[in-house]
Design a protein around this ligand. Structure first.
Ligand code: ATP
Length: 453
């Protein structure tokens, strides 16, 4: 039998209302720092600190497992720099443009198609056209690809691009992967990697940046079966976000209607999340037809058809794409988990995402307690990412871990020395239970396994 005690919350539990609260927590606790901060920072570039990298690794690992634990999906890690013709074939050289407008008075620069989102970083939004102030120029088309030169000559023949999406690396390797892994259509290729876009209006913390990571999976299917697969992947992808503990009422689908649909797309849905700054895209699920393989076949002059041995037929597969931003998924995890009850701030992160699963606290800095705690810590660490803290009052130590989302705390006190029991504290409910130290790992495993059930 374990006895339970609970400390009451200080007041009604509130969620994240102001992004600035999250930005400041992230900086203070080492999730995300402004890039090159000692030089004044560089617009919309961010660095992940010790806890940020753990969280990001957890996001990627969950995605990677969800994709590649299946027999019909293979992994890939393609180069960031690709043959320049790739971007002609993909349509990016010609068409990866946003309409840009400048205001002659306030000198602001905005995306003409997203004027309602025109916000400069985290400052209150400056809305062009609002009141009588702004005087906008005609829209100019601005290509979002970053250019650089390969080799020592900076002439036009040496221009290469930093990839604006990871997908093209998958398309050009379609046959390499299919043949080497001996896959049969339908099958998919998953990749996580950096992408770069010279965004006109980056901002909202790590929501829109110029360097970011994508988690993309391209699923190759027989034409005619594409809409079935599209529906399957739509459902699977929203379920993945729910399984990460994201609140259901904060997620929705947004269908691209005729005007919004890319010219090659047969169907497209975004998964959107309701941030404090409104509903925004988190992931796109697209039925791209045979556009990509068709274009690469045309531009490279190489046949990219698949030969179906069973049906004795040759065809260009259609592609169903799932394209999620890694940084954006991480931002959703943090924003969705943020809680404040008037006194206590905590991140109600799913344990699978939390940077640390367990924190151990010797009640006081006494050698006999520290010795016991260190031994237990060594055991716990073999199973979970864990940390230990012996500085300050126990209440303060709980708060420090709550704020970074550590779901379980374990306190070692004098009773522990006599009867080998410890206090297991739960982050969200603040319930404390007394359990035998030897059952600790199993108890935490059970809690994680049944999380949210
Ligand atoms: P938008 O129209 O808002 O610029 P998009 O529709 O071009 O975005 P996609 O090309 O579909 O976006 O990219 C797939 C995913 O990659 C997005 O859902 C998002 O999570 C992520 N992503 C795209 N651009 C950025 C960016 N600048 N910063 C961070 N993540 C991004």
């Amino acid at each position: 039998m374990s006895e339970e005690t609970q400390v009451a919350a200080a007041g009604p539990v509130q969620n994240l209302k102001d992004m600035a609260d999250l930005v400041s927590l992230c900086k203070r606790r080492g999730f995300v720092f402004p890039s090159s901060e000692i030089y004044g920072g560089i617009n919309a570039c961010w660095d992940y600190g010790p806890l940020g990298v753990e969280l990001k690794r957890n996001v990627k690992e969950r995605w990677w497992h969800a994709m590649t634990d299946r027999e019909d999906i293979e992994g890939l890690d393609a180069a960031i720099l690709m043959h320049p013709k790739v971007w002609e074939a993909s349509g990016h050289v010609e068409g990866f443009v946003d309409p840009m407008v400048d205001c002659k008075k306030c000198k602001g620069r905005f995306r003409a198609d997203k004027l309602e989102h025109a916000a400069c970083g985290l400052k209150p939004s400056r809305k062009p056209g609002e009141g009588s102030d702004c005087e906008l120029t005609e829209a100019r088309q601005f290509n979002l690809m970053f250019k650089t030169h390969m080799g020592p000559l900076e002439d036009t023949a040496a221009i290469v691009y930093l990839r604006p999406e990871t997908a093209q690396g998958i398309y050009v390797n379609f046959l390499n992967v299919q043949q080497s892994a001996r896959q049969k259509v339908p099958f998919g290729i998953a990749q996580i990697g950096k992408a770069f876009r010279n965004e006109i209006t980056p901002g909202n913390f790590i929501f829109r940046t110029r360097e970011f990571e994508q988690m993309e999976m391209q699923f190759f299917v027989k034409p005619g079966t594409d809409m079935d697969w599209f529906e399957k992947w739509k459902e699977k992808r929203i379920q993945w976000h729910l399984d990460n503990g994201i609140r259901k009422d904060k997620l929705r689908f947004h269908q691209h209607k005729d005007g919004e649909l890319a010219h090659y797309a047969r169907a497209a849905f975004d998964i959107e999340y309701e941030f404090p700054f409104g509903w925004q895209e988190l992931e796109g699920i697209h039925n791209r037809g045979d556009f990509d393989l068709g274009r690469h076949q045309q531009f490279s002059g190489k046949k990219l058809e698949y030969f179906d041995e069973m049906g004795k037929e040759r065809y260009l597969p259609y592609i169903v794409e799932t394209s999620a931003g890694c940084d954006r998924t991480l931002l959703v995890a943090l924003a969705d988990a943020y809680r404040f009850d008037g006194e206590r701030t905590w991140l109600a992160l799913h344990p699978a995402l939390a940077p640390y699963k367990v924190a151990l606290y010797p009640l006081m800095k006494k050698p006999e307690l520290t010795e016991y705690s260190d031994k237990l810590y060594a055991d716990v660490r073999k199973r979970f990412r864990a940390t230990t803290d012996d500085a300050g009052s126990i209440g303060k130590r709980y708060r420090r871990q709550d704020e970074i989302g550590t779901p379980f705390g374990v306190t070692i006190d004098y009773d522990t020395l006599s009867n080998h029991t410890v206090t297991l504290r739960h982050r969200d409910s603040m319930v404390q239970e007394r359990i035998p130290a030897e059952n600790l790992i199993r108890a935490i495993e059970d809690q994680i396994e049944n999380w949210g059930k």
